[in-house]
Design a protein around this ligand. Structure first.
Ligand code: PPS
Length: 567
């Protein structure tokens, strides 16, 4: 039986012309990366039956009962979160233009309602947790705007992608491809990681056991912070595609923004793959799970996603294929599901953390674990830690010694000369990057975010960024840390030199003016400084020389493996 087309939400012909004329006159919302992914999948039918961003009633129904107001199963709220400022500018019934980061108008949304969600309740319902160690909860609480806007959308421009164009398919493009190939049984494999031999075995077996063609369908939208970037992963997938039977395997990329919501997300993944025309869907041990809490407890119990999926199976138009974890059985020189391993047999496993450790330290990775071509790609994009970029982020009161020590560190690292080094000193940044900003909380945060952004770009490209602002707020420092850690290490150095000492030094005479009330909002005097909760290093510069402080930092960097053994 041929697969039919799934409804897309793009305007056509005259209506399209009319909307293109009208769109530039509307108020605009610039989509975040996550919203751009969501909109893409709403418009192209991957999120069918959604017709827009959820309205308030639908949102409540999805959060509480996992269904839309129509009764259709839908597990994850897909919301347009905006700032309070923007929300104040719009009203129900109004049309707004949704633009991508470059300003291209992708769609028009007709505002149905505007409301402030109860995020704690949403987190509990959707993620089963309010713990911000969960990346989905953290995004919800720290990144998502505080107001949601619901309403239907109509597409005016298709999003453009310049990478791996040939591998990006909409549901209808893939359905057409399956029809042309004569595929009617298709098993989809969802992944946000490179494929190693265990994944290869599992997918191969699923396809053989269920006599189904295989769709390798990796997520290239947003995955868990810290994951391997999709460029590297797709090169890895391409590198091993030839291992699969060519006539029954297909690789296609999915522009999904994952929430890491485990069981609920497994259902979303199943619904999406059904929309893509697949008949079977593989779910393993910890599907879309974010891993462990800091107390080593899993956010979701092993195989919980499988159980959950089974409960709703009759409402999902795709068959579940359950798999146990695969381990390598040494005596048999092959992979087996953990429950089928002969008693007493020696098994081998390499966890994601262990793999990262080996890549970071340039250690061997055995061939039973992965394919040489995959490892080559991974090593290319993730050089050992002592060749990666990193950030040293100083924080402390004015006069605590940040600039002086940062400058000494800069010179010590330049002397080594193996990576480019940039110093983003507080004063200099305020002249060159943030000259229009003052010292309110909002402006300080913006200043630190800018520094963080530049540092992230430096680290991404293999350089060393030394940042030396006051950075008085813990939450902002944490946000910058998270952003940078996706690309390299973040070493926070807290200069704990006391206010008394800083004030006694008063090298710039600012404390005096602050005490006289001539400088307002002065950190430590009339503005807060939040002490870092877990910096990598704490230094009190009162009784130490600059050389000593800088060499302490060098020792720390060495102990973290960030400096080569012989430098
Ligand atoms: S922040 O909070 O991180 O944005 O501050 P930062 O950009 O590092 O501050 C840079 C320098 O500005 C001087 N200065 C003040 N500091 C704190 N509070 C107030 N109100 C203020 N006004 C001016 C101060 O010299 C900072 O430099 P350092 O090197 O810390 O002395």
């Amino acid at each position: 039986m041929l697969l039919c087309e799934i409804p897309e939400l793009f305007a056509q012909d005259e209506k399209l012309e009319y909307l293109k004329e009208k769109a530039p006159t509307l108020k605009s919302w610039h989509l975040t990366v996550r919203q751009a992914c969501d909109l893409d999948l709403i418009l192209n039918g991957a999120f069918y039956p959604l017709t827009g961003f959820l309205s308030k009633d639908e949102y409540n129904s999805v959060c509480e009962n996992m269904c839309l107001t129509s009764g259709d199963l839908w597990p994850i709220p897909i919301n347009l979160d905006v700032s309070e400022n923007f929300a104040d500018m719009i009203k129900p019934g109004e049309e707004i233009a949704l633009r991508d980061q470059e300003g291209v108008i992708l769609a028009i949304l007709t505002v149905e309602d505007i409301w402030s969600p109860d995020k704690a309740l949403e987190a509990e319902n959707v993620f089963g947790s309010n713990n911000t160690e969960h990346p989905g909860v953290s995004y919800l609480k720290h990144k998502a705007g505080s107001v949601y806007v619901g309403g239907s959308v109509i597409g005016v421009n298709k999003p453009t992608f310049y990478d791996f164009k040939a591998l990006r398919d909409t549901p209808n493009e893939l359905r057409k491809k399956f029809n042309e190939l004569g595929w009617s049984r298709i098993v989809a494999f969802q992944t946000r990681n490179p494929l190693h031999r265990a994944h290869y075995e599992l997918t191969h077996r699923a396809s053989e056991e269920f006599q189904a063609n295989l769709l390798i369908h990796p997520v290239v939208g947003m995955t868990k912070p810290g994951d391997i970037d999709h460029f590297t992963r797709v090169r890895c997938y391409e590198a091993i595609l030839h291992q699969y039977p060519r006539s029954s395997t297909c690789l296609s990329l999915l522009n999904l923004a994952m929430r890491m919501a485990g069981p609920r997300e497994a259902i979303l993944h199943g619904l999406i793959r059904a929309n893509y025309g697949c008949t079977h869907f593989i779910i393993g041990r910890d599907h879309a799970g974010p891993g462990l809490t800091s107390d080593n407890k899993p956010f979701y119990e092993p195989y919980k996603a499988q159980e959950f999926f089974e409960r709703f199976q009759d409402k999902i138009n795709i068959n579940l294929i359950k798999f146990k974890n695969f381990v390598y059985v040494e005596d048999k020189a092959q992979f087996e599901a953990i429950n089928e391993v002969p008693i007493g047999a020696k098994t081998l496993e390499i966890s994601g953390t262990e793999l990262r450790r080996r890549l970071n330290n340039d250690l061997p990775i055995p061939e039973w674990f992965s394919f040489p071509d995959v490892i080559r790609e991974l090593r290319r994009s993730r050089p050992p830690r002592n060749q990666q970029g990193f950030t040293v982020f100083f924080t402390g009161l004015s006069g605590s010694g940040k600039s002086t020590i940062a400058n000494a560190l800069l010179n010590m690292l330049l002397e080594i000369g193996d990576r480019p080094v940039t110093l983003l000193d507080g004063d200099i940044v305020r002249k060159r990057l943030s000259s229009e900003l003052g010292f309110s909380k909002e402006h300080r945060d913006l200043n630190i975010r800018r520094i963080g952004y530049v540092a992230m770009e430096i680290v991404k490209n293999g350089g060393i960024a030394i940042c030396a602002p006051i950075a008085p707020y813990e939450q902002t420092r944490k946000a910058v840390r998270e952003e940078i850690q996706s690309f390299g290490s973040f070493v926070e150095v807290y200069l704990s030199t006391t206010l008394e000492v800083c004030e006694r030094r008063d090298r710039k005479g600012l404390y005096k003016l602050a005490r006289l009330g001539k400088i307002k909002e002065f950190t430590g005097i009339s503005d807060p400084y939040e002490v870092p909760q877990s910096p990598e290093l704490e230094i009190d510069s009162e009784n130490s020389s600059v050389e000593h402080c800088a060499s302490e930092i060098m020792l720390k960097l060495r102990s973290l493996g960030l400096l080569g053994a012989r430098v």
